[in-house]
Design a protein around this ligand. Structure first.
Ligand code: COA
Length: 166
């Protein structure tokens, strides 16, 4: 039976690494729900609504990609969605270490919680949203790391934040 995948994360912002993973999950799963976590401890550059709009824009031609947000525990959100599996990308060995305990903790919380791990394509293995934010914030080029319109929005946002901090 084909299942529905949930791809959770902060997506601040969505990168080409995330997009690559979603596109590769689509031939495997009926639908892929990109689930943006509301994390009060993580101060984000883009609001939840902005991140949701950006992801929807990228996948506007694919009605098998759904964008939602969730608050609280991932296991509670996943439990509400029937027949869902969580997908996670593994970029490096250290991701594996982290993902192992993340998956095990989630299975402790909900024994039928299942994850599927996909190896990130090598050209994205060093990417993270915070690295992208840092490069853009310091005036570097992130060409090829994220969609152009998101890079542009990030550049504008970080510039205006810098100006208002002066
Ligand atoms: N390509 C490029 N970048 C990737 C990537 C990929 N394939 N996979 C991950 N990344 C980046 C992310 O952008 C993120 O960058 P950042 O830390 O600079 O923002 C970083 O790698 C880590 O990714 P991830 O581990 O997915 O962190 P996240 O903050 O995006 O998402 C949640 C973490 C939301 C999945 C997790 O905190 C969660 O489930 N929270 C809900 C509460 C909960 O249940 N907690 C306890 C569970 S035991």
């Amino acid at each position: 039976m084909k299942k529905h995948a949930i791809y959770p994360g902060s997506f601040d912002p969505l990168s080409n690494g995330h997009i690559n993973l979603i596109e590769r999950a689509l031939p495997i799963f009926e639908t892929v729900t990109v689930a943006i976590a509301v994390n009060a401890r993580k101060k984000t550059v883009f609001s939840l609504e902005e991140r949701e709009e950006m992801i929807k824009e990228v996948f506007k031609k694919n009605d098998r990609v759904i964008v939602e947000s969730f608050e609280g525990l991932l296991v509670d959100y996943v439990t509400k969605k029937k027949t869902s599996i969580v997908i996670r990308g593994i970029r490096t060995n250290s991701d594996f270490e982290y993902e192992l305990s993340f998956a095990q903790a989630n299975r402790h919380l909900t024994p039928n919680f299942e994850s599927v791990f996909m190896m990130t394509d090598p050209q994205y293995s060093y990417l993270s949203s915070s690295m992208i934010r840092e490069i853009v914030g310091l005036g570097g080029s992130t060409r090829g790391m994220l969609p152009d319109f998101i890079e542009e929005a990030l550049r504008k946002r970080l510039k205006s934040q810098k100006l208002s901090a002066k």
